[in-house]
Design a protein. Structure first.
Length: 310
């Protein structure tokens, strides 16, 4: 079967490295912006998923509504207002998009750059449309508006490719609760987990990060970062948290909570216990009503949040 032409072009775009020098310069520039806590706000950590797709609804909706009004006589004033609203809302939406873009893999950034260029063209066309309308050149204003809507449509298609085909804003740890079976899983002897060092184990073929603190408490999280599946076992452990080595997301070991982005979703976490000198883990909230440990069982981290692997 012949490959879809659009997908073929998008696949080529993902592999085209000619703009990588520009991408790296832009990435460094965006990362250097003095946003501080505003960076997590723009990532959407407070919302639990990227905020950029939500913010773009205002300019897109405004411009689409303006296009509908442009098809009706006598509604030029309302259409002009909607074009202006869309332009005003485009700036914060674009900033959120750039902040997310700077923390993506290179193939995603290549598509994202063209996505941004398409939307920049749309903003320029709508700005020209607004100027024409303000000067009484309504026909030209409508023409520029329809061209702008076409550019927005192209940008939206590329944004959909980023989100759904390349999974740029997806929670990459979401499948863990659906893959790990219920009950306790033995993952190794206590001696296999040096204090303060991240160790990688598997539960039902799902990678798990295990950290034993100097006091003996053991924590276990899904090992693949929820942001873009970075290997947390290769990250840095400090102050009760683990930092992803790829994009710097920070997760609390006790419950997997994402204390700093770009990750917008927490890590699945596990309850842990020691039985006969061996560490066992159980995905939180899948305990099946088992009784509390007794005898030679020692539970570790039983009060530490929701979770995944250990």
């Amino acid at each position: 079967m012949r490959q879809n032409r659009v997908l073929w072009l998008l696949d080529r775009l993902e592999r085209d490295s000619r703009a990588d020098g520009l991408i790296e310069t832009l990435r460094k520039g965006v990362r250097a912006l003095p946003l501080r806590s505003g960076r997590d706000l723009l990532h959407g950590r407070w919302l639990g998923h990227p905020v950029h797709p939500l913010m773009v609804q205002v300019p897109i909706g405004s411009w689409l509504s303006a296009a509908v009004l442009d098809l009706r006589p006598g509604r030029s004033r309302e259409a002009r207002l909607l074009v202006g609203v869309g332009l005003g809302a485009a700036a914060p939406a674009a900033l959120a998009g750039w902040v997310d873009w700077a923390e993506l893999h290179r193939p995603q950034q290549r598509v994202g750059l063209v996505h941004a260029l398409s939307n920049t063209a749309a903003v320029s066309l709508y700005a020209t449309s607004l100027v024409c309308r303000a000067r009484g050149r309504e026909t030209a204003g409508r023409a520029y508006g329809f061209l702008g809507l076409t550019a927005v449509g192209l940008g939206g298609m590329l944004g959909g490719h980023l989100a759904y085909r390349q999974a740029s804003g997806a929670n990459h740890a979401e499948e863990v609760p659906n893959v790990v079976s219920r009950g306790w899983h033995r993952i190794g002897a206590v001696a296999d987990f040096p204090a303060g060092e991240p160790v990688r184990r598997s539960v039902d073929d799902v990678p798990v990060l295990v950290v034993r603190e100097s006091g003996g408490e053991i924590h276990a999280l899904a090992e693949r970062c929820s942001h873009l599946a970075g290997p947390l076992s290769e990250g840095t452990v400090a102050d009760g948290c683990v930092r992803c080595p790829w994009h710097g997301s920070v997760f609390r070991l006790s419950d997997g909570w994402n204390v700093r982005g770009p990750a917008t979703a927490p890590q699945p976490s596990f309850e842990t216990r020691v039985v006969d000198g061996h560490v066992e883990v159980r995905l939180r909230h899948q305990n099946g009503g088992e009784p509390a440990p007794r005898g030679n069982e020692t539970r570790s981290g039983a009060a530490h949040g929701r979770g995944d692997h250990g």
